[in-house]
Design a binder for this molecule. Structure first.
Ligand SMILES: [Zn+2]
Ligand SMILES: [Zn+2]
Length: 315
C-alpha cells in the first residue's frame, strides 16, 4: 500500500501516538466483531511505518528509495536484512525500490541469491568469507552494498542487458555477448545473475568461458587483485590462441604469481597500462604446445603481454 508521508515526522511524537493507539486497542480486542478489530489496528500499522521512515530525516532522504540507499551507504560491505530496509523505507514494496536502485541507478546492491551463485566458485567463496560474507549463511533477502559510489555505466547498460536477456541463447552465449559489449568494463555478478534468469550456474559458465574457451575474463581471484569480489572484466575482445586454452584457474594464478604478474619478455605489468601502448593484458603461453605433448602445468606455462605473445606466434 502506498503511503503519503506526513509533514511532521518526528520519531518521538510518532512513538507516542503508536503507544496510545496500542493502549486504546485493548478495548477493541474485547469486541466480538473481527472486522472492527482489524480496522482499529490499521492506524497503528501506518504509524509504525511512519516511525520507521522517520528514523532517517527528510532533509537527508525524502523518498523511500532515497532512504534505502542512504541506509545502505551508512553500512557498506555489511550484510543487511531485507526487514531493515522495510523499516527505513516505510513501504511494503521496498524490494522493488532496491531493484530500481540497482538497475536504473547503478548502485551495486548484491542480494543473497547472487552471493550464493558467486560462491559456486570455491575461490570466490573464500574471498567472500574474507569480507565477512558467508555464502552458506546469507539468506536470499539479505543485501550488501558493494560499492559506495554510483556506477553510472552499469545504469546505462540496463537496456543492453535486457535486450540480450530476452534472446533465445544459452546462458554462456548471453554472458559472452554481454561482456563483449562491455570490453574493459567492470560488470557485476548482479548483472550476470539477472542475465542468466533462472539459471543458477552462471558463475560456472563464466569460468568455462575463461578456462575452456580462452576468453580473457578476469576476476579478483584470477589475476586482478585490484578488482572487488564478484566483479568480472573482459579485458580484450579476443580469445586466447587455441593452444593456450583449457588452463585451469589454479594453474593460471600460480603462473601469474610466479612471474610477479609481469610479462617475462618485456616486464610489462597491468599498472603500466597506457592508452597509447598496445600492451593491454597478460596472457599465458605454453612453452611446449599441446600438440607436441605440452601440458597445462605451471612449469610449461609463462606469462606474456599480448604484444610479446603475438610476436612469439608470428615467428
Ligand atoms: Zn611483453
Ligand atoms: Zn601462446
Amino acid at each position: 500500500m502506498a503511503r503519503r508521508s506526513q509533514p511532521k515526522d518526528i520519531p518521538e511524537d510518532l512513538r507516542q501516538s503508536l503507544v496510545k493507539l496500542l493502549i486504546n486497542f485493548a478495548d477493541e480486542l474485547k469486541q466480538e466483531d473481527l472486522r472492527q478489530k482489524v480496522r482499529a489496528l490499521v492506524p497503528a500499522f501506518h504509524t509504525l511505518r511512519d516511525l520507521g521512515s522517520s528514523l532517517i530525516p527528510k532533509s537527508e532522504a525524502s523518498s523511500a528509495r532515497d532512504r534505502i540507499i542512504a541506509y545502505l551507504k551508512q553500512y557498506p560491505f555489511t550484510v543487511i536484512d531485507g526487514n531493515e530496509l522495510m523499516v527505513v523505507s516505510g513501504i511494503s514494496e521496498w524490494a522493488r525500490r532496491v531493484r530500481e536502485l540497482r538497475v536504473q541507478f547503478g548502485w551495486w546492491i548484491y542480494s543473497g541469491v547472487t552471493f550464493n551463485q558467486i560462491a559456486l566458485n570455491e575461490e570466490d567463496a573464500i574471498a567472500l568469507k574474507a569480507m565477512d560474507i558467508d555464502p552458506a549463511l546469507i539468506k536470499p533477502d539479505q543485501y550488501v552494498l558493494m560499492r559506495t559510489t554510483q556506477d553510472l555505466e552499469s545504469a546505462y547498460r540496463w537496456n543492453v542487458l535486457n535486450e540480450i536477456r530476452k534472446k533465445k541463447l544459452s546462458t554462456k552465449e548471453k554472458i559472452i555477448e554481454y561482456l563483449r559489449k562491455n570490453v574493459g568494463k567492470q560488470v557485476t555478478g548482479e548483472e550476470l545473475s539477472y542475465l542468466a534468469g533462472s539459471s543458477k550456474e552462471w558463475a560456472r559458465r563464466v569460468r568455462e568461458l575463461r578456462t575452456e574457451d580462452g576468453w580473457p575474463i578476469v576476476t579478483r581471484n584470477t589475476g586482478r587483485n585490484d578488482l572487488p569480489v564478484g566483479v568480472y572484466v573482459l579485458e580484450e575482445d579476443r580469445q586466447a590462441y587455441v593452444h593456450d586454452r583449457k588452463i585451469p584457474d589454479p594453474v593460471r594464478v600460480a603462473v601469474l604469481k610466479r612471474d610477479n604478474f609481469r610479462c617475462v619478455k618485456c616486464g610489462w605489468a597491468r599498472d603500466d597500462l597506457r592508452p597509447d601502448d598496445p600492451r593491454k593484458m597478460l596472457e599465458l603461453h605454453h612453452k611446449q604446445q599441446h600438440k607436441d605433448g605440452g601440458e597445462n602445468t605451471v612449469d610449461n606455462l609463462i606469462t606474456l603481454c599480448n604484444v610479446c605473445h603475438d610476436e612469439i606466434h608470428r615467428r
